[in-house]
Ligand binder design. Structure first.
Ligand code: TK8
Length: 344
C-alpha cells in the first residue's frame, strides 16, 4: 500500500483532502486488495485523489479494504485497462470518456469541441441526470461506472511553431502538424477539420512518439502536460480549450460481485468523494500548471475571443457530422444545461 501522506499537497496550492467521515465497518466482511490502474503520473490530481479513495476504504473498514494504485499506464492504456476490468484481471481504472465510447456510444457527446464555454457549465452537466444516466449504460458490459472526474480543458502543444489560428495547425504552404489524438473518431474529425494530420495513439506512447519526432504535437490539459513532462519535448503551447472530456471512475463487475453489499455501498460513496476531491484539485492545478510550464520554457500563446471563434468555426463540420450520430436529443439536452448556466 502506497503511503498517501507523502503525495498530498505536492504543491503548496493544493487543498488537503476532506476529513474522512462516516461509520467504520467493524464487522469482518472479508479482506480485499483493490488494484487501480491509471494512465497518468504520480503527481497528477487523479493519482492524489485515488490515494484518498484508498484511504477512505481502508480507514472505514479497519484496513480490510486496501487500494494499490499503478500509475503511468504501467498496467496498460485506457482501452486495455477497460478490457482487463471486463475479464477481471484488474479491479479498477479511471479512463477518459473518449476511449470509453467503445462501450457507451453516447459518451461521445463529451468529445464535441467547444461544448462547455465555462467550467461551471461543465460541472452542471457532469452533475446532471443526463450525464449520470450515461454511466448506467455500462450495465451488461462487465464494468460498473461510479462517477465523473475532471480531466480538464484540453490545450494544444507542439514542437514546430506557435499556433494562434487553424491556419497555423494546417500550415498552409508548409504542411499540417502531425497531432496525436485520443483513440476516438470524433477527436479524429476535429483535427481533420483543423487541417492537421491526426494520429490516434494510446496516451502511454505519446511522450516517446514526440521525443522521436514521430508526431509534432498532442493535446491535453496543462496539468497532464506538466505531470507527464511533455514540456521536455514540446516548445509551444496554445490555450485553445477546444475539448473538455472527463474521466470516469469504474470497477470490474467481477470485483464488485465479490464485495459484501456494505462494502459496495462504501466503494460507491468513496468513489464520489474521490471525484469531488479530484475536481477540486484539478481546478486548483490548472493555472498553476500553465505557469509552471512557462517557467520551464514552454512558449504559451493565449488566444483572444476572436481567435477562439476562428477555431470554433473551423470545427463546425464536426457537429454536423456527429450530432446526428450521437443523438440530436442528447446533444440538445446537454446544450440546454450549458445555456441555463450562462443565463444566470
Ligand atoms: C490517461 C488518458 C489521458 C487522456 C489522453 O489514461 O489519452 O490524452 O487525456 O489522460 O486518459
Amino acid at each position: 500500500l502506497l503511503s498517501s501522506t507523502a503525495v498530498y499537497a505536492q504543491t503548496p496550492d493544493l487543498s488537503d483532502p476532506p476529513e474522512i467521515e462516516g461509520d467504520v465497518i467493524t464487522e469482518d466482511l472479508g479482506s480485499h486488495n483493490i488494484r487501480v490502474g491509471l494512465g497518468l503520473a504520480e503527481s497528477s490530481p487523479l493519482y492524489i485523489s485515488t490515494q484518498y479513495f484508498g484511504d477512505i476504504l481502508s480507514e472505514r473498514t479497519e484496513g480490510r479494504l486496501t487500494v494499490d494504485v499503478f500509475p503511468n499506464s504501467q498496467l496498460g492504456d485506457d482501452a486495455q485497462m477497460m478490457e482487463m476490468l471486463q475479464t477481471g484481471t484488474l479491479d479498477m481504472t479511471i479512463p477518459s470518456t473518449s476511449p470509453a465510447t467503445s462501450y457507451v456510444d453516447e459518451l461521445a457527446v463529451f468529445d464535441l469541441p467547444f461544448l462547455f464555454p465555462t467550467r461551471e457549465a461543465a460541472m452542471a452537466v457532469l452533475e446532471s441526470d443526463v450525464a449520470l444516466d450515461l454511466l448506467d449504460k455500462f450495465d451488461g458490459t462487465g464494468i460498473k461506472a461510479f462517477a465523473y472526474h475532471e480531466n480538464g480543458y484540453r490545450q494544444l502543444t507542439n514542437s514546430v511553431r506557435p499556433v494562434e489560428s487553424p491556419e497555423d495547425v494546417a500550415g498552409l504552404d508548409v504542411g499540417g502538424l502531425t497531432i496525436r489524438t485520443m483513440e476516438n473518431p470524433v477527436q479524429l474529425s476535429i483535427w481533420e477539420a483543423l487541417g492537421a494530420n491526426p494520429t490516434p495513439m494510446a496516451f502511454g506512447e505519446v511522450f516517446s512518439a514526440m521525443e522521436q519526432g514521430v508526431i509534432d504535437g498532442q493535446e491535453n490539459p496543462w496539468s497532464t502536460i506538466l505531470t507527464s513532462n511533455f514540456h521536455e519535448v514540446q516548445d509551444y503551447g496554445s490555450e485553445t480549450r477546444h475539448v473538455y472530456t472527463p474521466f470516469i471512475i469504474m470497477m470490474s463487475e467481477r470485483t464488485w460481485d465479490r464485495l459484501d453489499p456494505a462494502y459496495q455501498e462504501l466503494v460507491e460513496e468513496a468513489a464520489r468523494a474521490a471525484a469531488a476531491y479530484e475536481i477540486q484539485l484539478a481546478t486548483e492545478y490548472d493555472d498553476w500548471a500553465r505557469n509552471q510550464l512557462e517557467e520551464r520554457g514552454m512558449q504559451i500563446t493565449r488566444l483572444n475571443d476572436d481567435q477562439i471563434a476562428a477555431f470554433q468555426e473551423a470545427v463546425q463540420p464536426v457537429y454536423d457530422e456527429w450530432a446526428p450520430r450521437i443523438g440530436e436529443d442528447l446533444v440538445a439536452e446537454i446544450q440546454q444545461i450549458v445555456e441555463s448556466t450562462m443565463a444566470e
